[in-house]
Design a binder for this molecule. Structure first.
Ligand code: ADP
Ligand code: MG
Length: 451
């Protein structure tokens, strides 16, 4: 076997190890292992410290060697050594580079929008945790929280934060290779590369970056081959302690048709959520947007907008843009009266008493990849029963229908069944800290479709 073959063999063995040992264990012992080369049929592997060297030699070398031997069809052994600091000099630690290297680049890399920076991201109670994690990652890529997953509903700042990490790293660590891509583009690019027989190039491209930012991974369910590719990309990057950050519109545990092993990778590191902003934060964000645009908007108009638009930041921005465009067109000053008239359509009516139950059922069914008939029907399998209970709970929360009416709409069930369902969901909210944000997400989707 040639040198290059041994390198590839090592990658294969590592991948096999991810299947063979629990993720946490793998992470603990294998994350710092680097392939240094081969001597005869011995693979030379370096590790950061003696603890890891001893552990790996004692606990894993037998398994590794038998795996390697089997894969290559000949006897292969491994030797672990402790890596000297200088050995990692291929990419010296970011902290050192920060001081030494001139900060040349001022523009954002082509795939990033220069507007999405930390300066422009307003921090409130709803997003402090996520924003702080993102900043820590940008200061110390590959070291702080790796991997990291940011999840939350539409328009809450996921893309903004993800790109802010990219922009910041680009400025502070000009030598690091950054890739920002949506899961959708990743999928398309991958498919294209197969068609053009360039999947090797594709693999190399994403396995050789220092910071990989993938937006909207909720696009991946059902895309089997892409998931497989991403899984290997993840492992390769994780092995060499490269930073990865993902965003998703819901907790990963709720993604269906995503392989378990990929799920476990995504949820392995830090998972943080973004909630809709509170009134005070909405005001602060809107003021910031107004300032950035260099326009003047009276305080009472800002209050009007923020009191009425609670869904997300994108809707806030839309209302502002609409208002500014109008004022510009008719050369009018913006005042409370103009705003009230102009923005009526943007303000969802506060009493949405009768959102149709059918709409709620459809949104919830779709979220759980069930059919509308399933949700209304009689089957009691767990996969259906819980979504059904959730839909009942949401119906109670956001409509004025009585439990009898709700029961009727869910396949003629008794009102006590509805009460029992709501109780179940409330109990579950107490023990499952992602459930509340799932419910909020569903409610936003329902209201979004109802208007
Ligand atoms: P998502 O990716 O979660 O759908 P985006 O990141 O695209 O949301 O955000 C939607 C819009 O709202 C963007 O223009 C973004 O700049 C803005 N935005 C979101 N959160 C904030 C915030 N905390 N401060 C300032 N702007 C924000
Ligand atoms: Mg986005």
């Amino acid at each position: 076997m040639g040198k290059a073959d041994y390198a590839a063999l090592w990658q294969d063995a590592l991948r096999a190890m991810t299947e063979a040992v629990p993720a946490q264990e793998f992470d603990m012992w294998f994350s710092g292992v680097q392939y240094e080369g081969s001597e005869g049929s011995e693979l030379l592997l370096s590790v950061p410290d003696s603890l890891r060297r001893d552990k790996l030699a004692q606990r894993y070398s037998y398994k590794l060697e038998s795996m390697l031997s089997e894969m290559s069809g000949g006897k292969v052994t491994v030797a672990f050594s402790i890596r000297k600091k200088s050995q990692t000099s291929k990419s010296p630690t970011p902290e050192i580079q920060r001081k030494q290297l001139p900060k040349k680049k001022v523009q954002a890399p082509p795939s990033l929008s220069p507007d999405y920076t930390f300066d422009r991201f307003v921090i409130g109670e709803n997003n402090t945790f996520a924003a702080n994690a993102a900043r820590a990652i940008a200061r110390n890529p590959g070291r702080a929280y790796n991997p990291c997953l940011v999840y939350g509903g539409v328009g809450l700042g996921k893309t903004h934060l993800l790109q802010a990490i990219g922009n910041d790293v680009y400025r502070e660590f000009p030598e690091l290779k950054i890739a920002y891509i949506t899961a959708e583009s990743f999928t398309n690019e991958f498919i294209l590369s197969i068609g053009q027989q360039k999947s090797h190039q594709f693999k190399n491209k994403y396995r050789s970056v220092d910071v990989l930012l993938i937006d909207d991974i909720h696009f991946l369910p059902g895309k089997k081959q892409t998931q497989e590719e991403l899984f290997h990309t993840f492992n390769a990057l994780h092995d060499s302690s490269k930073q990865m950050v993902f965003t998703c519109d819901r907790p990963v545990s709720e993604l269906r048709e995503l392989t378990d092993r990929l799920k476990s990778r995504f949820s392995m590191g830090l998972n943080v959520d973004l909630q809709p902003p509170e009134y005070e934060t909405r005001v602060a964000i809107l003021r910031k947007k107004i300032e950035e645009k260099g326009v003047e908007v009276p305080d009472d108009v800002i209050e009007l907008i923020c009191r009425n638009i609670r869904t997300n930041v994108r809707d806030l921005e839309r209302a502002l843009t609409n208002l500014l465009a109008y004022a510009d067109l008719v050369s009018a000053d913006i005042n409370l009266e103009v705003a009230q008239r102009r923005l009526q359509d943007h303000f969802a009516s506060p009493e949405q008493k009768n959102i149709p139950i059918e709409l709620i059922q459809r949104v919830v069914a779709e979220y759980f990849s069930l059919s509308h008939a399933d949700l209304k029907g009689n089957r009691r399998t767990k996969a259906i029963a819980f979504p059904r209970q959730l839909a009942m709970h949401i119906t109670r929360e956001i409509t004025e229908f009585s439990t009898t009416e709700i029961g009727n709409s869910f396949g003629g069930r008794d009102h006590t069944t509805v009460m029992h369902a709501c109780q179940k969901v409330q109990d579950k909210i107490r023990t499952d800290d992602t459930l509340e944000s799932t419910i909020q997400f569903l409610i936003r989707s329902i209201k979004g479709q109802g208007t």
